[in-house]
Ligand binder design. Structure first.
Ligand code: MG
Length: 318
């Protein structure tokens, strides 16, 4: 039976081309397709290649949901998950996820067990890790805004123990934890360029009512020696809405969430076009057999959009 949102999905409209480069990335006239879901706020999708499935977070629902391409069904993967948020795959294909409730990163092993990887730096706890990426050297980079400790429906109320909001780099091989970006008010989404020479970080402080000159934006940094971010500068201003989460394709284009669509930016920061989505978008990932399918976690559910490009992966460099 078609739901209201499926009807709305049909009304979301086809892709909007704003720069000729967009036509090379998408099939003109294509629209998103709603796959399903009954979430309150969807975040953190990751595609599992071996299962051709997508896991994503319903943060306020404190659940992980699952979409199976083979059976075309949505199911509940786990409940009482301590408010997981963003997730990605490490170089071994294991799921690494951010946990608001545990104030750390966790990893799911091949046998299905999930355990905490790291939750503190210099003896104080993180705030509420939000989104995570893995570099080709195996290090894990994540943002640490305060949403999970200042909003009771997304975690457990708590203190900012180091008094700020940083992006951290964690090396699971050595246990080393270090801040790599310290000048973003509420860092949220993050992604590397295909060659890992650049790190993109969004600021979503506007989500807490603090609309300002730079807090609904994506910033970009030069990555030096694999562990130092320098020369931070504005990459793009997202409007309407926020760059809660985003991914980069193999050509260096940035595909980001916003209030009403997935927006696509060229490596030069020029907006190339938009993919309308009928609900505010939380996050997205590339997946499918050849990493060309865009999976979009948007408020209540998961959407799918075919592209003509490929999501970049640390495995391309590892
Ligand atoms: Mg986020």
């Amino acid at each position: 039976m078609e739901t209201d949102l499926e009807t709305a999905g049909a009304r979301a409209g086809p892709v909007v081309v704003e720069d000729p480069r967009m036509a090379g990335l998408v099939e003109p006239g294509t629209s998103v397709r709603r796959l399903g879901g009954d979430a309150t706020w969807s975040e953190g999708p990751v595609h599992l290649p071996a299962e051709d499935a997508v896991l994503w977070s319903d943060i306020p629902g404190n659940r992980i949901l699952r979409w199976d391409e083979r059976t075309a069904t949505v199911s509940v993967e786990r409940t009482d998950v301590e408010f997981t948020n963003g997730r990605t795959l490490d170089l071994q294909g294991r799921v690494v996820a951010c946990s608001h409730g545990r104030r750390g990163l966790e990893r799911t092993e091949p046998d299905g067990t999930t355990h905490l990887l790291v939750d503190s730096w210099r003896g104080v706890r993180f705030n509420s890790p939000n989104d995570v990426v893995v570099r080709s050297d195996g290090t894990i980079w994540f943002t640490d805004p305060a949403y999970g400790i200042v909003q009771a429906h997304e975690g457990h109320p708590g203190e900012r123990e180091y008094g700020d909001h940083y992006v951290f780099r964690f090396d699971p091989a050595t246990g080393d934890v270090r801040p790599v970006v310290i000048d973003v008010e509420e860092p949220n989404g993050l992604a590397f360029s295909p060659d890992e020479a650049l790190l993109y970080v969004s600021d979503t402080a506007a989500a807490l009512g603090r609309w300002g000159a730079s807090n609904h934006h994506i910033r970009v940094y030069d990555v030096r020696d694999g562990s130092l971010c320098k020369n931070g500068r504005l990459f793009a201003e997202i409007s309407p809405g926020l760059a809660d989460g985003f991914r980069v394709d193999v050509h260096g284009n940035v595909w980001t969430s916003s209030e009403d669509s997935v927006q696509v930016y060229g490596p030069d920061g020029v907006r190339l076009g938009r993919i309308p989505v009928p609900e505010p978008v939380g996050n997205l990932c590339f997946g499918g057999p050849d990493r060309s399918v865009l999976y979009i976690a948007a408020t209540t559910g998961l959407y799918r959009f075919p592209t003509r490009t490929t999501g970049c992966s640390p495995l391309d460099l590892a």
